[in-house]
Design a binder for this molecule. Structure first.
Ligand SMILES: *[C@@H]1O[C@H](CO)[C@@H](O)[C@H](O)[C@H]1NC(C)=O
Ligand SMILES: *[C@@H]1O[C@H](CO)[C@@H](O)[C@H](O)[C@H]1NC(C)=O
Length: 718
């Protein structure tokens, strides 16, 4: 099949518009990459094209990464760079007395200024490479900037411990989980409850901040489970046993041991591993035949130099980040800024469970390799991460991000003529999108974050929740045993197990430069208008009124179904052919609002979840919605406090913060592992294109797609 000149032209225009509009006029140059429209002549073998017909994409990720070099100003630090930054910091005069006491809590690229990134062109030398590192040294936090070329520390600051502590290291988490074993009272309590010490599985749980008592010490609470008879120990909590550990010294500070008579729920029925579901072994498990979407000509995206993605007019830089998980840049910049997960149980063993998963645990640090063919389909491109351990040494986290084209049988656009006109028109286009995915397993919970790009310019951001509930053990085995007046803080989901009600809030930092940096935030208010007496048979209609938000206060948005608005980010200086300002809109979908009291201590820290949308002027140091140092923070450095300055946001480089929320009232179907629950929001072009940008999309024809019959597949695979 030949791409007609018209198609080519329009795709180039589409691409160019997205680029110019999203990158600014100094846009990166788009190279037209052809869509997979070539006819496939190799019928049955094409079904296995991933083996026989490798695409243009280099799927051989170099697993060691030892020889990686940076190609783009935003490329993550390489192994070589990390090693040299590590030695610069270790020999820095402030630490050189005892470099082994240094703990590296983060070590990442200090991104060059946005201007430098946008004006950089492929082939030019990179702007100076700098690294930013947060270290702990003898009880204090230090923020260090190292210039790679100069090989020295170029800035150093020491934030006050009262401002909060940095993201835990993986070593902090593993060491604190086993710290309780150093205390004989803990061992005794576990044994008294009938659990062998060899069956223990313990979780390090961030403490939040609940007042002066918890200041001046970096503390964590450890709670444990029994692994006897199951890998799903999360369903077997040892209720009421909480150990408070000093994370700097690994000393047990306190043990709270209550609810000793609450039984540990059974292991029966808790397994979720395919290999361990014994009852299924002898019966046919499969209701569905295996499924895979094949791409006879391979995928149509290209990943240049490991991180630069090109697909259907989109171009963006994609990289892993230890705190945010995934960072997308240049097409527009977006990442997960913070998560807030409060549990709705105020009792002693539970009240502090108000996690901030990005700032406390590291959303990227907690991500695990994606599972080919199940987490990501055939033809997915996998990207590894290079992160830094507590001692400053680099390590590779394989397959942390995957990138793939999705075709779920959806329709891009369609129209058929009906018998009224009797025109023989049947036009439909398949919808294919590009997904960048990561999955973090923050102990029990799994978060799946998808950044999905559409050919019509829409970006959908979806968060999926799976994994295991955090449950509490209860004496009850049936709902009818629970006294009416007794508060269980959740629902009985199995014998002796209560799934505790909780929320999830995921706050995204979205730096959208719509056709250049000078943007405004417009609220489009939909209101009922009444007609005048005798004016019309109709009494009412809807009217849209636009107001430009002048300051941050004008742009703090709480969603209301019966008082609706659209939220546009426009470039007031650039208009479309017919004179509309070009823009993108933020389209919320099903979400949840934070209902906790604003003066509740967790809410002081998570005040950034008080609105679904905030708009701030771009500021390179306002990145993390809960503040730079979230662990035990008091909430005096958050999006909410920055916004109190009520800065101007009109005709400026602005950042949109969107918080996606979930209320979760657990039910039996969430046991022993939760089917994925998803919610999303969209960034959608509004008067950005001159008309439907996928008007000239090409329909699929029979000859473009090989038919994968079962017989053909069997023949090829044998
Ligand atoms: C507690 O039990 C663990 C595991 O058996 C053991 O290694 C540790 O020494 C014990 N702690 C104390 C204080 O006895
Ligand atoms: C940028 O943000 C930081 C942190 O909120 C603040 O201290 C600084 O004054 C801001 N800079 C500007 C130019 O507003």
């Amino acid at each position: 099949m030949v791409i007609s000149p018209v198609t080519r032209f329009l795709l180039v225009v589409l691409s160019a518009v997205i680029l110019v509009a999203l990158f600014g006029s100094s846009s990166l140059f788009l190279r037209y990459s052809s869509l997979p429209l070539l006819p496939c002549s190799l019928r049955s073998s094409a079904c296995f094209s991933h083996k026989h017909n490798p695409s243009s994409i280099t799927l051989t990720v170099e697993k060691t990464h030892l020889t990686d070099t940076p190609h783009h100003p935003l490329d993550p630090l390489t192994i070589t760079e990390i090693n040299s930054v590590r030695s610069v910091i270790r020999s820095y005069s402030v630490f050189s007395s005892s470099p082994t006491s240094l703990a590296f809590h983060s070590l990442t690229l200090l991104e060059p200024d946005k201007k430098q990134v946008l004006s950089w062109k492929r082939g030019q030398p990179l702007p100076p490479r700098r690294a930013s590192s947060v270290v702990r040294f003898l009880g204090n936090t230090h923020v260090i900037t190292v210039d790679l070329a100069e090989g020295k520390v170029v800035s150093h600051s020491q934030p006050n411990n009262n401002a909060g502590y940095p993201t835990m290291t993986v070593e902090d988490m593993t060491a604190s989980a086993s710290a309780p074993l150093s205390d004989s009272r803990f061992n005794k309590s576990v044994l008294d409850r009938g659990v062998r010490l060899s069956d223990l599985a313990c979780l390090p749980i961030s403490t939040g901040w609940f007042g002066p008592k918890e200041e001046n010490r970096r503390v964590i609470k450890v709670q444990c489970y029994s692994m006897e008879g199951t890998s799903n120990f999360y369903m077997r909590p040892i209720e009421g046993l909480t150990v408070v550990v000093d994370m700097d010294t690994m000393e047990v500070i306190d043990i709270v041991d209550v609810s000793k008579d609450v039984p540990i729920p059974t292991s029966v029925g808790t397994e979720y591993r395919y290999s361990e579901q014994q009852e299924n072994k002898h019966k046919k498990i499969r209701d569905l035949n295996p499924i895979s979407i094949e791409q006879p000509d391979g995928p149509s995206f290209v990943v240049e130099d490991g991180h630069f993605v090109k697909w259907a007019g989109w171009e963006f830089h994609l990289k892993p980040d230890s705190r945010a998980g995934v960072i997308l840049s240049t097409a527009f910049a977006g990442f997960t800024s913070e998560l807030f997960v409060p549990y709705m149980d105020p009792t002693n063993s539970w009240y502090f469970k108000t996690y901030m998963d990005a700032g406390e645990y590291g959303f990227g640090l907690q991500s695990m390799p994606l599972v080919p063919l199940n987490d990501c389909p055939r033809n997915a491109y996998f990207m590894d991460a290079v992160f830094v351990a507590g001692d400053g040494r680099p390590y590779v986290k394989e397959n942390m991000i995957c990138l793939f084209e999705r075709y779920g049988g959806d329709i891009g656009w369609r129209h058929s003529e009906c018998p009224i006109t009797d025109l023989p028109i049947r036009e439909a286009r398949p919808k294919v999108t590009l997904v960048a995915r990561m999955a973090a397993s923050v102990a029990n919970y799994d978060y799946i974050v998808d950044w999905e790009f559409q050919t019509d310019g829409l970006i959908r951001i979806t968060v999926g929740l799976s994994g295991m509930l955090m449950v509490r053990a209860t004496p009850y085995t049936h709902a009818n045993q629970i006294p009416k007046e007794e508060e269980t803080y959740g629902s009985l989901i199995s014998e002796n197990i209560v799934g505790v009600i909780h929320d999830h809030y995921i706050t995204f930092h979205l730096d959208m430069d719509v056709d250049g940096g000078d943007n405004s935030f417009v609220k489009v208010h939909l209101e009922r208008e009444m007609t005048g007496p005798g004016e019309s048979p109709r009494k009412s209609y809807l009217k849209a009124t636009r107001t430009i938000a002048e300051t941050e206060t004008d742009a703090k948005i709480k969603l209301k179904l019966y008082d609706p608005y659209e939220f546009h980010v426009i470039n007031p200086l650039k208009t479309s052919r017919v004179g509309n300002p070009i823009g993108y809109k933020i389209v919320p979908a099903a979400t949840a609002a934070n209902l906790m009291d604003p003066s509740d201590p967790p809410m002081l820290r998570a005040a950034f979840t008080n609105n679904q949308i905030w708009v701030t002027p771009y500021n390179k140091s306002e990145i993390w919605a809960g503040g730079d140092f979230v662990y035990q923070s008091r909430g005096d450095d958050t999006l909410a406090t920055w916004s109190e300055r009520n800065r101007g946001i009109q005709n400026k480089d602005i950042v949109i913060w969107y918080t996606l929320g979930f209320h979760h009232v657990p039910c039996q179907e969430d046991y022993p592992i939760m089917p994925t629950v998803s919610a999303s929001f969209d960034l959608k072009p509004v008067n950005f294109f001159q008309r439907n940008p996928i008007l000239e999309a090409v329909p699929n024809l029979e000859k473009d797609l090989p038919e994968c019959t079962a017989a053909a597949a069997a023949a090829t695979s044998s």
